[in-house]
Design a protein around this ligand. Structure first.
Ligand SMILES: [Cu+2]
Length: 106
């Protein structure tokens, strides 16, 4: 990453992540970036290039393998993964796992 690419806001724009802290069944607040001390977070990641259930499985397995990830739901039609994780999981690592599995963020 070059220097001008640094910073949470830029990174979120880059990878298309949106994080939500669960506050209650109906009471959810959006956060722009995971912060330490929060409970489990839900991040929605847009993924390009998934075309079948094999892709869904590959992305699911890649993300499930990340320490701190507690749940992964990949939606083929929506082209996205919903990742439940503790705040220690870095967005960079989510990004890298998806790339490693052969897919693009965005
Ligand atoms: Cu596929």
């Amino acid at each position: 990453m070059s220097r001008r690419d640094e910073g949470p806001a830029h990174f979120i724009a880059q990878v298309g992540l949106q994080c939500t802290r669960r506050l209650g069944k109906r009471d959810e607040a959006n956060f722009t970036f995971p912060k330490k001390g929060l409970d489990l977070m839900i991040s929605t990641v847009k993924i390009k290039g998934m075309s079948c259930n094999h892709c869904v499985r590959a992305v699911t397995e890649a993300l499930t393998g990340l320490p701190g990830v507690t749940g992964v739901t990949v939606d083929l039609e929506m082209g996205q993964a919903v990742v439940e994780h503790d705040p220690s999981v870095s967005l960079q690592s989510v990004h890298e796992q998806i790339a490693k599995a052969g897919y693009e963020i965005g």
